[in-house]
Structure formats: structure tokens, C-alpha cells
Design a protein around this ligand. Structure first.
Ligand code: 4AD
Ligand code: MG
Length: 449
């Protein structure tokens, strides 16, 4: 008897197998039961016929509740209606633990997300979360492979830090013995130390933001991949971001076909990812947005009308908002790089362009309503200019003197970016809310389970 997994069942057609897992669902009654059996690698239908099995086996198959843990034996047969191409004709079933009060109804995969999130420790067993988290796993592996294949050194940044990277308004404070420390918002400043030591590094780890906003794009704990490269300037940074996104999306399209199909994801826009990303100056983006605002205002579509009202809400010359990013995504129908944001809306470490008005920064905006998935740019490499910025942004100098040292000892042009893993997975899987892309999401009102 072969002890196998659902994912490899199609190699065992006409053979007897043993499967260990859980009862996912059940249909049928009377004489014929159709068990949906899952083992973590997939779901297969096990047909149990009263005629063909011992009486107590049929009785157990009829009686046990969803998520009972079981061992099933049977013969694999081809089945064209099955998503995995096979089903199992059950001959025996042993119950490890019989369950009768599993709190999640299978039909609840979509509605009442809040209730399901309370049960996240169990909900991860269901089809939809499983598919999304499987894609996440592939995305993370693709990220690691991309940088490894290109000779980047993995460079872990600390989680507990003395300084803010992305402004004090979203800092989580941690009592640290006699001092105060913070959870890191970004590993970038440490990544820069690594770029000067190794040339090309990648920081990859959890980051934290005390985001008070309840949007479908914000978590308080999320994973960020942050390459940082010496001698790389804005154009090169955009090249790297484009290549990395293309690599990751193509990998998911290749290796997560089954999952994307389970999620009923229309992949047509994702398949456009290999085309060059339009690179649009912030000023040009503002013009595009003004036009979209006017066009959408005249639309008969209520949603577009509403979006029109939210476009450029923060005013011309300000940072882009969620509606602006959504509109740009609709316009370009592809990832787009918006570069040269006004200096005032960007962080202290950004290098300005020759006009002094704009920052040599770039955001990559994903289409389909996801918005910014990458933020980055070229860093201020001049000592005096950096010191002036630190002062202007009220960054406590003693928390960041080590970072300033990089501009004293062999300063070079350099830069990088950060990509939020969850936003990327959100786009690839097409799920509405970013909280579904991480096993245990942390948001303003959720620290459990
Ligand atoms: O644009 P951000 O704030 O950039 C930085 O932190 C830079 N220091 C990165 C760098 O240059 N090394 O964040 C980068 C990305 C965003 O584009 C987004 O994908 C993700 O991190 N992100 C979030 N994802 C989920 N929830 C949040 N609250 C996020 N905030 C940022
Ligand atoms: Mg940003």
C-alpha cells in the first residue's frame, strides 16, 4: 500500500493508496457518500459506497463531522470532472479524532470576514486562504531566488531600533530596560550600511507601522524586501524594481496555476507584467490625474463618479492618495513607476534632483486597485545635505549618528527600494483586503489569534 499525498495522486491511477488528513466536506447519503478529503496538499473526492465497504466504515463516513482527522484507503481512478483529474474509491476509513462542532461552515469562505478572522487559526485550512497563502509562499521563495541568483548578500536588519526611518507618526514604541526603542518601520538605513560593505544587499524581514487607518491596504505588521545597492542611481533602481516584480509575478503565474484558478483570478492583467513599466514623472502623473478626474466625473458609472471625487483630494503638488493610485492603475492597466515626487512629501533620506524641488524617489503603482507596492529611490549621499535634512525633519541626531557616518567614510551614490510582500500577494491573488495575504494579520483592532 502506497502512503501518498493528494498532490501526487495522479501518479497512482488504478493503484491502492493510503491517505492521511481531514474531512473537508461531505455530500450524498443513503448508499453513496462523497467525501471531500484534504491533506494540506490538495483536496480529493473519496467515494464511499455502502455496498463496497464494511458496515462500520460506511457508518463512520456518514457520521463524522467536518475536520475529523482520518486515514482513508482506496483505489485511485481517473476522473475528468475532478480539478485534480482523479478520485478515490474508498475501501477503508479509520478515524483518528471524531469532530462534530467545527466552528467554520465551508460556505463561509467569502462572507463575514471578521468572524472568520477570529477563527484564523482554523480558517487557514479552507480553500481560499490556503490558495492565497500558498501563493505567498511562492512569492517569498521567488524573491529570495531573484536576489540570490543576482549575487545580492542577505543582510538582516534589527527589529528593535533606536531611530525612525519613515516618520514618527507610525512608530511603535517598545520599553527597553531604561530606554525607549522602536519596532522597525523599514530596514533601509541598515541596508545602506550593508551596501557599503558588500555592494549589493537585500534586507528581508517583518516591519511595523502604527497605522491608524482602516484601509484594505494597510497592516501594522508586514514583510518587506529591501534591496540596497552601491553606485545605483534612480534609473537603475527602477530597472531593478521592474525586473524583480516581473520575476515574482511570472513565477506565481507559472507555479501557482492551480491556486490562481481556485481563486478564480482573471490573470490577463498579470500577464502584461513583462512589458516595460511606464515611467512617469510626478508632474506628468498630476496631469493624467486631472484628466481622469474630469473624465470619470462625466461617467454614468456611479463608482467612477465617486472615484472622481476622491482623485487629487490632497491637492495638486501633494502626495498621491489611494484614489489617485487606483485611477493611475486603471489608466495604465499595468504597473507604473511614478518618480520625482515633491521633496516635502518624502522622507529625510531622499536625495533631491537638480532643481531641489523633487526627490529622486520612485513608487511602483500596481493596477487593479492595489496601489503602491514599491517605494524607494536614491539616497542623500552628501554629508552636509543629509545633516540639514535630519535637522529639518527633527530626527534626534544621536539616534542616527551611525547612519551619518556612511557619508563620512567613502560616500557614494546609492539607492534601493522596499516592496511590501503582502501588497504584492494582494495584487497577484486579486484578494480585496491585504489582511488575507498573511497567516495572522495585525491591524489597528486585531492582535488575536
Ligand atoms: O514606501 P515605504 O514606506 O518605503 C520604505 O519604507 C522605504 N524605507 C523602503 C526602502 O527604500 N528600502 O514602504 C515600502 C513598501 C510600500 O510600497 C508597501 O508595499 C509596503 O512597503 N507598505 C505596507 N504594506 C502593508 N501595510 C502597510 N502599512 C505598509 N506600509 C508600507
Ligand atoms: Mg511609500
Amino acid at each position: 500500500m502506497n502512503s501518498v499525498t493528494v498532490s501526487t495522486l495522479n501518479q497512482y491511477v488504478d493503484q491502492e493508496v493510503e491517505l492521511k488528513g481531514w474531512l473537508y466536506n461531505r455530500r450524498g447519503s443513503g448508499k453513496l457518500l462523497f467525501l471531500q478529503f484534504r491533506d494540506g496538499t490538495g483536496i480529493v473526492q473519496v467515494v464511499v459506497s455502502k455496498k463496497e465497504v464494511a458496515e462500520e466504515v460506511f457508518e463512520a463516513a456518514r457520521r463524522i463531522g467536518i475536520e475529523s482527522s482520518i486515514t482513508v484507503r482506496g483505489k485511485v481512478s481517473k476522473d475528468d470532472r475532478s480539478p485534480i483529474g482523479v478520485e478515490v474509491h474508498g475501501s477503508d476509513l479509520q478515524v483518528m479524532q471524531e469532530v462534530h462542532d467545527y466552528p467554520i461552515q465551508i460556505s463561509e469562505d467569502v462572507p463575514n470576514i471578521d468572524k472568520l478572522l477570529d477563527q484564523r487559526h482554523l480558517w487557514v485550512r479552507s480553500r481560499v486562504p490556503r490558495a492565497i497563502l500558498k501563493v505567498r509562499s511562492e512569492v517569498v521563495q521567488a524573491i529570495r531566488d531573484f536576489y540570490y541568483e543576482r549575487g545580492f548578500v542577505l543582510y538582516d536588519a534589527p527589529i528593535i531600533t533606536p531611530a525612525s526611518c519613515e516618520g514618527v507618526s507610525t512608530l511603535f514604541e517598545v520599553p527597553y530596560f531604561e530606554e525607549t526603542a522602536y519596532l522597525t518601520q523599514s530596514g533601509q538605513l541598515y541596508g545602506e550600511t550593508g551596501a557599503m560593505a558588500f555592494g549589493k544587499v537585500v534586507v528581508f524581514g517583518p516591519t511595523f507601522r502604527a497605522e491608524k487607518s482602516k484601509t484594505r491596504r494597510h497592516l501594522t505588521e508586514f514583510w518587506m524586501v529591501e534591496p540596497e545597492v552601491a553606485f545605483l542611481e534612480l534609473d537603475g533602481i527602477m530597472d531593478l524594481a521592474e525586473q524583480q516584480i516581473q520575476y515574482v509575478v511570472n513565477r506565481a503565474l507559472e507555479r501557482c496555476k492551480f491556486e490562481l484558478n481556485e481563486l478564480e483570478r482573471d490573470t490577463s492583467i498579470l500577464e502584461q507584467v513583462s512589458k516595460p513599466f511606464p515611467r512617469v514623472h510626478y508632474e506628468e502623473a498630476q496631469k493624467v490625474l486631472q484628466k481622469l478626474k474630469a473624465d470619470f466625473a462625466e461617467s454614468d458609472d456611479e463608482e467612477l463618479k465617486k472615484l472622481s471625487g476622491d482623485i487629487l483630494k490632497q491637492g495638486l503638488g501633494a502626495d498621491l492618495g489611494a484614489a489617485d493610485e487606483t485611477a493611475l492603475g486603471m489608466h495604465y492597466k499595468q504597473c507604473v513607476c511614478i518618480h520625482h515626487y515633491p521633496r516635502e512629501v518624502k522622507a529625510f533620506y531622499m536625495k533631491p534632483d537638480e532643481t531641489g524641488k523633487y526627490a529622486l524617489g520612485v513608487d511602483v503603482i500596481a493596477p487593479e486597485g492595489v496601489g503602491e507596492i514599491v517605494g524607494g529611490g536614491q539616497r542623500e549621499d552628501d554629508l552636509a545635505a543629509l545633516e540639514a535634512q535630519i535637522k529639518k525633519h527633527n530626527v534626534p541626531p544621536e539616534s542616527i549618528d551611525w547612519y551619518v557616518d556612511l557619508r563620512k567614510y567613502g560616500s557614494v551614490p546609492h539607492g534601493g527600494f522596499g516592496m511590501g510582500v503582502e501588497r504584492c500577494v494582494q495584487w497577484i491573488t486579486g484578494c480585496r483586503h491585504v489582511r488575507e495575504t498573511i497567516p495572522f494579520p495585525r491591524t489597528i483592532n486585531r492582535t488575536k489569534p
